[in-house]
Design a protein around this ligand. Structure first.
Ligand code: ATP
Length: 230
């Protein structure tokens, strides 16, 4: 279980995240939403330990998130970073091994993942020769293949067409079913409403909404939630 208690981050005088709190249990999906600059990526980078918090605590199963826990985290960064000269299988094997998998196990599991996300291309194709959407799917596979206990996806739907967005939704649901705690950010409320058990909306670093999708719909007395709410 991931517990985030009152985390705050400044960059100089700029407040990026203010006193943010939430909990994600295994098998739960949380949507983190907000306009550009709201503090979503900063939140992820604090959970990942890439940034220090100014205040607050981040716990995994009751213990401060440390180096060991980070090995359990699958992360899709907003800026997509692949090694263009590597082949699909070299890239995924590299990430799988980083997270403690044996190369053979990665390569055995790879065909199923390529099929699940309908990746066009052979496993020996170089990443630079794939379309952007296929590259994004490979990066997702890198984040998922080692069955992370915590999955952090920064804008996973951006740049995907509706067919691939639907495959991604199914992939996220599968990870949920397998018991991962999942947090993802999006500007697109339809993805958030379809997938999230609960959501947190940030505005200039402040948490302006927090609760289940149904609670928030009821709060506004309508069936849709908008990024401009509240
Ligand atoms: P987007 O949807 O555009 O990715 P975001 O919600 O992920 O936005 P963040 O990237 O977390 O927002 O940024 C929150 C605030 O912190 C912004 O005002 C941003 O300019 C600032 N910020 C983020 N990283 C840094 C940094 N390394 N140095 C200085 N300011 C930063």
């Amino acid at each position: 279980m991931l517990e985030v208690h009152g985390i705050t981050k400044h960059f100089g005088d700029q407040l990026a995240v203010a006193d943010e709190s939430f909990t994600i249990h295994p098998g739960e999906i949380m949507g983190l939403i907000g306009q550009n600059g709201a503090g979503k990526t900063t939140t992820f980078r604090m959970i990942l330990g890439f940034l220090r918090t100014d205040a607050g605590q981040i716990l995994w199963d009751g213990q401060p998130v440390g180096k060991m826990n980070r090995d359990l985290i699958g992360y899709l960064p907003e800026e997509r970073g692949l090694y263009p000269k590597l082949s699909i299988e070299e890239q995924v094997a590299f990430f799988g091994q980083l997270h403690g998998m044996r190369k053979k196990d990665v390569l055995d599991a790879l065909p199923e993942w390529l099929e699940r996300f309908d990746v066009k291309g052979k496993r020996t194709d170089k990443l630079k020769d794939l379309s952007k959407g296929n590259q994004q799917k490979i990066q997702l596979i890198c984040a998922l293949i080692f069955q992370p206990k915590l999955l952090i996806l920064d804008e996973p739907f951006s740049g995907l067409d509706p067919v691939n967005a639907s495959l991604l939704e199914q992939g996220i649901q599968l990870m949920k079913k397998q018991g991962a705690a999942i947090i993802f950010s999006s500007h697109d409320m339809s993805n958030v409403e379809a997938l999230s058990d609960h959501l947190v909306m940030l505005k200039n670093g402040e948490t302006v909404l927090s609760g289940t999708v149904d609670d928030i719909r009821n709060q506004f007395g309508r069936t849709r939630i908008y990024l401009q709410d509240p």
